[in-house]
Design a protein. Sequence first.
Lengths: 343, 291
Amino acid sequence: MRRSKYERPAHLTGESGGPRLTTSAMIASLAAPGQRTQSAPFGHALAALAHERPEIVGLSADLAKYTDLHIFAKEHPDRFYQMGMAEQVLMSAAAGLAREGFLPFATTYAVFAARRAYDFICMAIAEEGLNVKIVCALPGLTTGYGPSHQATEDIAIFRGLPNLTIIDPCDAHEITQAVPAIAAHPGAVYMRLLRGNVPLVLDEYGYTFEVGKAKTIRDGRDVLIISSGLMTMRALEAADALKADGIDAGVLHVATIKPLDEATILREAGRGGRLVVVAENHTVVGGLGEAVAATLLRNGTVPHGFRQIGLPDAFLDAGALPTLHDRYGISTSAMAGSIRAWL
Amino acid sequence: MQTAHDSPRAGSNVSLPERAYRIRRNALRMGEVQGQGYIAQALGVADVLAVSYFHAMRFRPDDPEWEERDRFLLSIGHYAIALYAALIEAGILPEDELETYGCDDSRLPMSGMAAYTPGMEITGGSLGHGLGIAVGIGLGLKRKGSRSFVYNLFSDGELDEGSTWEAALSAGSHRLDNLIGIVDVNGMQADGPSLGILNFEPLGAKFEAFGWFVQRVDGNDIPALVAAFDAARNHAEARPRIIICDTTMGKGVPFLEARERNHFLRVEADEWQQALKVLAEGRDASEGRTP
């Protein structure tokens, strides 16, 4: 619970220790110290793909630098459209360009696409089945700026929208593969984006991204963690931590939230004796967790327990990301702790 | 630059007033199917549609998606009755589908949608969408080196929507000289007279300030509309063009013009034939014919 704005910070009143970490920059790198990273995977992948696909154009709502689209804009200046801080016309204009045969990548922050431009994504793009790729930074809790920039419910908003494919990639390896894959996938796509120095994880597992496919990254006997986005890298780290305690955790990475790879989820969750834990960088309302739960229930598949790791149904605090990830249970250590407690 | 002679219908021996009359007649016949609807708007905008389709625009009735056509975006979904009436007159839709207007399985739903109707470019209805889509189409046409225009017919009510002004600013910034906006200022919205809802005047000055080439005309004066559309297409400056059309709701049927609350008209069963009769008499009188 946040302190009242009329109370001074606890460390100044002697109630607790020294000051906490400072608020992370708007777009902080999610990489742990020493973790391998790749710079601007989306921008580089799109710039490279655009050489092969002349119909690709890029649109920004005054956030090209913060979505890595500036890499594309620099390499293909005549194919970049600065639409200004105007998300409604960003999406409408992308629809118009798609009508004329172009392949627009419309980029902004996830909060602005989901909350501000929803009707335009719905009616101008999805209802008409247009080939627009909406790629958005700051998904879930990846900024410490508070609810104005934390897209904690974007997937819940978009899951109800017909004709929209939803992708939540894990790392730089996956983003690099996902860009050509979503370009080749007909119709509207919403992809959550990690930008800047993005951790590089899944290449070590020989992972290949395919639209609509959930993939086992690591097998485990006791727990099945079903995860998407950055929570898959956290799940892999948590699985390592749990191994030291003799807990064998598997990780099923579900990069495509919609359409959900129900067959793979049912097969994996149906293997007896495992606790199923769904982990997502998103509110526990309306995201991957509830999608998996409904799939299991509809199909009569009953795992050995079902739990959710995700953000609470609340407007979240401002602050430093490591503090917030611990506070809301999506850091590696918090996640491992939760799973230990549930077993 | 395109000239009026490019329009395949410019040489037709059917006059523009006759086209407008037939559009009104088609709309009334559709209105009769439902017994109520957005008939006052259709009658008001018929002259604008006649000049758009039979003077200004390039299209092929047998190939509604012809690449070189001018694009006509109807953002006001409920004006579909008016556009269907024009598309029928243009030969894009068959006349016998009039009687299906708004019925189950019809290609002519009450609110216009791209997936249902040949010649309907976009799905309207969620107001304030058309101009933004027109910006994207304008950018796309330029990328392709196309000389087609994109027209967007929107209503004075849509001036309340912030997205309309986002698009207006965008079109001006991108200097979209292939975009022609048409605002139907009929002065009436769902809750009452438009200027009593939100005061959008002075409208011309607003678009001028956003970088547009602005004209304002009596939207029921066909020669004035012809001149305005010609000027919009042939204007030399690299600016988007807007034609602000002041129209009269229910135009051509005096007893409907006189209704005060006319956003969604209820017309009694026996009044439809009366409306068609009055409309025909008006046409005959203006042409000096004896009924």
